[in-house]
Design a protein around this ligand. Structure first.
Ligand code: HEM
Length: 400
C-alpha cells in the first residue's frame, strides 16, 4: 500500500551549526511551528520537534529503527567510527538480551545499596566546596566531580586514567552529528582515549564486585556471550558520565535561577525527585537522536519513504507548548512525567536510575548545607552535537 503524502516543509536550518548548538531554543520553536515533520535540506533528512511526533517516533521501533545508527551516519552505507552499541544501536531481537541483562543490573532494587556511600560522598564534596568560599563553579567543582567519583567506583574501574571518561563521552555524543566540525577537530586526540576505554571493559581490569563484573557474570551464565560483555560495559562508560554531569548541572542551574523553587524544596523534600525530572525536561541533556525508517512510514500526516533518517528533537519536544503549558518555566507544581529526556519505549534510558540517584545525593547534600544558591556570573555553554551542557557555571551560595 502506498500512503498519501501531505507536503513536508523544508528548511535550511542547520541544527549542528555552532549558533544553534549554543542556543537551540529559537531553532526548536521554528521547527515546531513549521509543521509536524520538517525536511532539513542541509543533510537531506527529516526532523520531528513537536512532542506528539517525537513520542510517536520514539515508541515505533518497528517503523523507525536504531540499528542503522542513531546519528546522522547510516550504518547500512557508512562504516561507524567504532563497533555499534549492542543497546543504543541495535534492534530486536539483537537488542533483547543485552537490554534485559543491563536492566536487571541497573534496576532501583539492585542499585539501592549504593545510596549510603553516594550520600556520604556528596556530603564530603559539598563540605569541601563550602570550605573553599562562597563562590564556586557548579560544573567543574561539583557536577563533574561527583559522577567521576562515584560512577567509575560503582562500575569497578581502576583509579588511573579516569580523566579519559569525559572526553570519550563527549566524542561519542559528538559523533552522532556530522563528521566535519567538532568531530574532525577532536578526532586526532581520540586514539589513546579509545584505547584506554577498550582496556577498561576487559574482565581482568574490572573489580570483582562492581557493575562491570556483574555484566561479565551474565556472560558466564550464558545470558549474553563473552564477546558481548565488553561492549555492554563500554555502553556504560560511553553513556554514563557526561550525561549525568549535565543532569546535575541542569538541576543546579534550575534552582540557582529560580530561588523561590529552591526555598520550596528546602521546605518540602518530597519535591526532590520532581525537581530533577523537571530540570531534565527543561534542559534535556540529550537533545537529539536519529532513527531510520524501515519502510514507508506515516508521521503527523507526512509520508516518509524507507531508509530515510529522521532526527528527533527531544529537547524541543520537552518544551513544546502544545504539551507543556508555560513550557520554559521550571515549575515544581508541574507534573513532568511523560517528558522524553530519557527517551521513551524500547530504548528508554537504562541508566536513568543511576542518574536519579546521583542527582538526589547531590541535591540532598546541598539542601543539608546550603541556604541559598544563585548564579554568580554568566554560565558558559559547552558545545556538543548531541548533549546540551555547560563548560562553566559560577554560583554563589550561603551556608545553612
Ligand atoms: C541525565 C542523565 C541521562 C540522560 C538524559 C540520558 C538520556 C538517554 C536517552 C534519551 C536515551 C534513549 C536513546 C534512544 O532512544 O535512542 C538513553 C539510552 C541509554 N542510556 Fe541514558 N541518559 C542518562 C544517563 C545514563 C546513565 C547514567 C547510563 C549508564 C549507567 C546510561 C546508559 C544508557 C544506555 C546504555 C542507553 C541505551 C538503552 C537502549 O538502547 O536500550 N544513561 N539515555
Amino acid at each position: 500500500m502506498t500512503l498519501t503524502a501531505t507536503a513536508v516543509p523544508s528548511t535550511d536550518l542547520d541544527p549542528f551549526s555552532p549558533e544553534v548548538l549554543a542556543d537551540p531554543l529559537p531553532a526548536h520553536e521554528t521547527l515546531r511551528d513549521l509543521g509536524p515533520v520538517v525536511h532539513l535540506a542541509a543533510y537531506d533528512v527529516y526532523a520531528v520537534a513537536r512532542y506528539a511526533e517525537v513520542h510517536r517516533a520514539l515508541t515505533d521501533w518497528q517503523g523507525l529503527r536504531s540499528g542503522a545508527g542513531v546519528g546522522l551516519a547510516d550504518f547500512s552505507r557508512e562504516t561507524p567510527w567504532r563497533p555499534p552499541s549492542l543497546l543504543l544501536e541495535a534492534d530486536p531481537p539483537r537488542h533483547d538480551a543485552p537490554r534485559s541483562v543491563l536492566a536487571k543490573i541497573l534496576s532501583p532494587r539492585k542499585l539501592r545499596g549504593l545510596t549510603p556511600q553516594w550520600r556520604a560522598d556528596a556530603d564530603v564534596l559539598v563540605d569541601r566546596v563550602l570550605a573553599a568560599g562562597a563562590e564556586f563553579d557548579a560544573v567543574t567543582d561539583l557536577a563533574e566531580v561527583f559522577p567521576l567519583r562515584v560512577f567509575p567506583d560503582a562500575v569497578g574501574l581502576g583509579e588511573s586514567g579516569r580523566e579519559n571518561l569525559l572526553p570519550y563521552g563527549d566524542f561519542a555524543f559528538n559523533a552522532f552529528g556530522p563528521r566535519e566540525g567538532i568531530v574532525a577537530a577532536l578526532e586526532p586526540t581520540m586514539p589513546s582515549v579509545i584505547g584506554w576505554i577498550g582496556e577498561q571493559c576487559r574482565r581482568e581490569n574490572l573489580s570483582e564486585t562492581g557493575i562491570g563484573a556483574q555484566i561479565w557474570a551474565a556472560a558466564d551464565r550464558g545470558d549474553i556471550t563473552p564477546e558481548q560483555a565488553p561492549l555492554i560495559v563500554r555502553s556504560l562508560l560511553t553513556a554514563g558520565v557526561d550525561t549525568t554531569v549535565t543532569g546535575i548541572a541542569a538541576v543546579v542551574h534550575a534552582v540557582a535561577t529560580h530561588p523561590d523553587q529552591w526555598q520550596r524544596l528546602r521546605a518540602d523534600r518530597g519535591l526532590l525527585a520532581r525537581a530533577f525530572e523537571e530540570a531534565v525536561r527543561l534542559e534535556s541533556p540529550v537533545q537529539t537522536f536519529f532513527r531510520t525508517t524501515t519502510s514507508e512510514v506515516e508521521i503527523g500526516g507526512a509520508v516518509i519513504g524507507p531508509g530515510r533518517k529522521v532526527l528527533m528533537f527531544l529537547g524541543a519536544a520537552n518544551r513544546d507548548p502544545r504539551r507543556w503549558p508555560d513550557a520554559d518555566r521550571f515549575d515544581l507544581d508541574r507534573d513532568p512525567s511523560g517528558h522524553v529526556a530519557f527517551g521513551m519505549g524500547l530504548h528508554q534510558c537504562v541508566g536513568q536510575h543511576i542518574a536519579r540517584m546521583e542527582a538526589m545525593a547531590v541535591l540532598e547534600a546541598l539542601l543539608d548545607h546550603v541556604q541559598s544558591v544563585e548564579l554568580a556570573g554568566v554560565p558558559r555553554r559547552h558545545l556538543n552535537n548531541t548533549l546540551r551542557g555547560w563548560e562553566s557555571m559560577p554560583v554563589r551560595i550561603q551556608a545553612a
